[in-house]
Write a protein that binds this ligand. Structure first.
Ligand code: HEM
Ligand code: NAG
Ligand code: NAG
Ligand code: NAG
Ligand code: NAG
Ligand code: NAG
Ligand code: NAG
Length: 326
């Protein structure tokens, strides 16, 4: 009898251990029985949104990145409220696509309500955006749950700024478990999408108080951008991050850097900065000449980024509306 009890206890402990082990991990088939059509539904909605505006692919990719860097990939960037992440400096008047996420969530809820988290929707939408722009596909790991708080100070301190030196950007990636390879491959996300003048006009007229433009910018490109973004002009006007193939997910972002045609200081700095970052320069060169290497590394880094501190098991919740906690 005593032996019997011992066996049951051991069995229980094994089950407990296994379930904890499973819960702490994401899996590609998480919704295979609870919402088998989730991929079809999300892809259809991302396709519609990009058909309406190609740039939306970039905007959705960036939302997943800005979500994952703050309290992990937990949908926290989607929560409304002036004290939340939406109003943090890197996101205010900058992060976009929230209406599209609402549309996707409504479509997913109609398919299988109360099942798919907003954090997972962002991860799937980011993948679909890359694929529909011409990039390589990957199997998205799923099973994230939605967070209960939106962390504005975390967004202000954790998200990289285009004005940060490359070393600071590398530190911010290291803080969430990403390394220098991830910095360079994921910066390749700038092969699609746009940036507002306010984020690069510091390079155009009086760079770092030198009285002249950034010398690591191609002169034709400089002249064009000086016209687009005059001093005291509208900082919300936008330019393509990859001026060669704006809406196509390819390795031209890296070729641009070799030609002094990076838009943000943090883009060009990966190749040109002299603060001792030989590693980023070498990677930029490799990606510029080897598209497959870039695509494969980008996929690996996206999966790594998607694994940042997910809420699993019974932590967090499955939000009904991505903008508010239940
Ligand atoms: C390495 C550090 C990074 C910095 C400093 C940075 C900075 C920026 C800035 C300043 C913008 C323009 C925002 C605006 O106009 O308001 C932008 C846009 C964008 N970023 Fe990044 N970013 C970084 C990394 C990433 C990563 C890791 C991804 C995704 C893998 C990404 C994807 C994008 C995309 C797609 C856009 C265009 C968004 C749109 O058109 O709506 N960025 N980024
Ligand atoms: C799902 O929908 C059913 C019927 O419309 C409703 O009764 C139920 O409360 C919903 N569940 C969740 C978790 O939203
Ligand atoms: C917000 O983010 C910071 C930096 O990562 C972290 O130290 C803090 O605990 C977070 N706050 C909340 C409420 O999650
Ligand atoms: C970054 O991590 C990946 C594995 O996730 C590894 O293959 C790569 O070599 C690392 N890069 C650097 C610069 O440490
Ligand atoms: C450039 O900026 C510095 C300080 O940031 C300022 O002292 C200088 O007057 C500026 N030069 C020009 C030409 O505007
Ligand atoms: C951009 O537009 C927003 C809202 O329309 C405005 O509040 C903000 O000041 C503008 N930003 C810049 C840099 O001009
Ligand atoms: C893009 O770059 C290629 C060379 O790699 C060049 O032939 C082409 O004209 C460029 N396209 C644009 C729109 O700049």
């Amino acid at each position: 009898m005593k032996k019997m009890k011992g066996c049951v206890l051991v069995a229980l402990l094994v089950v407990l251990f296994l379930s904890v082990g499973v819960q702490s991990q994401l899996s590609t088939d998480f919704y295979s029985s609870s919402c088998p059509n989730v991929f079809k539904v999300v892809r259809r909605e991302v396709f519609k949104a990009m058909k309406n505006e190609m740039r939306m692919g970039g905007s959705l990719l960036r939302l997943h990145f800005h979500d994952c860097f703050v309290n992990g990939c937990d949908g926290s960037i989607l929560l409304d409220g002036s004290d939340g992440e939406k109003f943090a400096a890197p996101n205010l008047n900058s992060a976009r696509g929230f209406d599209v996420v609402d549309t996707i969530k409504t479509a997913v809820e109609n398919e299988c309500n109360g099942t798919v988290s907003c954090a997972d929707i962002l991860a799937i939408a980011a993948r679909d955006s890359v694929v529909l722009s011409g990039g390589n596909s990957w199997k998205v790991l799923l099973g994230r749950r939605d967070g209960l708080v939106s962390n504005q100070s975390g967004a202000n301190s954790g998200l990289p700024s285009p004005f940060d030196p490359i070393n600071t950007i590398i530190s911010k990636f290291n803080n969430v478990g990403l390394n220098t390879t991830d910095v360079v491959s994921l910066s390749g996300g700038h092969t699609i999408g746009r940036s507002r003048c306010a984020l690069f006009s510091n390079r155009l007229f009086n760079f770092s108080g030198t009285g002249a433009a950034d010398t690591t910018m191609d002169t034709d490109m400089l002249a064009e951008l000086q016209t687009l973004c005059p001093q005291n002009g509208d900082g919300n006007v936008t330019a393509a991050l990859d001026r060669n193939s704006t809406n196509v997910f390819d390795n031209h972002y890296f070729k641009n850097l070799l030609n002094n045609k990076g838009l943000l200081s943090s883009d060009q700095g990966l190749f040109s900065s002299d603060d001792g970052i030989a590693a980023t320069k070498t990677l930029v060169q490799s990606y510029s000449s080897n598209s497959n290497l870039f695509m494969n590394d980008f996929v690996s880094s996206m999966i790594k980024m998607g694994n940042i501190s997910p809420l699993t098991g019974s932590d967090g919740e499955i939000r009904k509306n991505c903008r508010v906690v239940n």
